[in-house]
Write a protein that binds this ligand. Structure first.
Ligand code: ZN
Length: 142
């Protein structure tokens, strides 16, 4: 199996459903950073069959709302001195601001550049949100 040196200090985003790793990598702008980052794809996993992993050799601020939206099953390990000092989980966020657009083309949030779209979760299974501007329903998608 492919191995990558463990990191001394930083963040490991684990248990990413295979295929979501690249989305998260892009959303976190990791292609543009100047510290070491690794995206591992299709790693064999006992739980998921296949999974993606992202290793970040630095302490960066991670948008947990975005992560929960892309993949609520991921785990985040905070590493210091080559040891996991903290494990975090994410969940589908109750409220989302500005991460995706409202489906309603006539919605204020799609027509006023100063109106940042805001949503409240109405259906966790379908990841369906209600727009706070127009009350229309929007299914989250990246
Ligand atoms: Zn709307």
């Amino acid at each position: 199996m492919l191995t990558v040196n463990s990191i001394e200090k930083g963040i490991v985003i684990d248990h990413i459903q295979s295929g979501n790793g690249l989305k998260i990598f892009e959303r976190l702008n990791l292609a543009k950073v100047d510290f070491p980052v690794v995206l591992l794809m299709n790693v064999p996993s006992s739980v998921l069959g296949k999974k993606d992993i992202i290793k970040i050799q630095d302490k960066i601020d991670i948008d947990f709302t975005m992560l929960g939206l892309v993949d609520p099953n991921i785990t985040i390990n905070i590493i210091e001195n080559s040891e996991i000092i903290e494990k975090k989980t994410v969940e589908i966020p109750q409220r989302v601001k500005g991460l995706f657009k409202c489906d309603n083309p006539r919605c204020v949030s799609n027509n006023d550049i100063y109106a940042i779209p805001q949503f409240t979760l109405v259906d966790k299974k379908k990841v369906k949100y209600k727009c706070e501007f127009c009350d229309d329903f929007t299914k989250y998608k990246l």
